[in-house]
Design a protein around this ligand. Sequence first.
Ligand SMILES: [Zn+2]
Ligand SMILES: [Zn+2]
Length: 258
Amino acid sequence: MKIQLLPSTFDGAGRATPEQRLTCFLIDDRVTVDAGSLALALTDEQRETVRDIIVTHPHMDHIASLPIFIDDLFGTLTEPIRVHATEEVIAALEDDIFNWTVYPRFAELKNEHGPVMQYVPFKHGEEFKVAHLTVTAVPVNHIVPTVGLVISDAKTTVAFSSDTYQTEEFWELVNRTQRVDALLIEASFPNDMAQLAEVSRHFTPATMAEELHKLNHNGLDILTVHLKPAYRERLVEELHALRIPRLRVMEPGQIYEW
Ligand SMILES: [Zn+2]
Ligand SMILES: [Zn+2]
């Protein structure tokens, strides 16, 4: 499985910059988890192959360019963009984004080939298929309804915490999954901002490290994500100071493969 955290900002030479402002993980050039930087960073080839988007929650940094992605492709889509989410997340997208005011209700619109956007609801704890992947989603502890995910292809399994604070069901799911190759876990605020992290339901490096005690698997890669750009340097220092084996900060634009 090949995963890239799509960059959202670029330097003058067009290279991805290290700050992560938006969240969108591209899997095997076909599926994404969230859609923050979806319309900003795909190659022309990837724009033709990505047709399935899993939305963990409706916060703007996770959906920012979903409407723009569909808008860009509107005339040329020969199959709909499928948006996989829980019913409550779909309702939020319809009420607050695709509401004819902020954006057209694309799920009701067609081009000459047919519908351009289709919602595919999933339920907590029930396995579902997305393209070549098998996915299970469970609620995590964030300030809006949010899911963590375990995603497998035939060979590899990767767990995504999404945005969360201390949580239980996600770890139960991860621990009952036979083999997990990698965990992508958030660490949003530095340690001295623990209070803000708690009220906004995010981790600091210290609370994330504490949380990792709930993980029963050993030897997996741990990639930290969702570092708030304003505190990135401190976060990187604090994360490295934890000296957790195989823990790295995930770099936007880099391809990780298992
Ligand atoms: Zn969030
Ligand atoms: Zn977020």
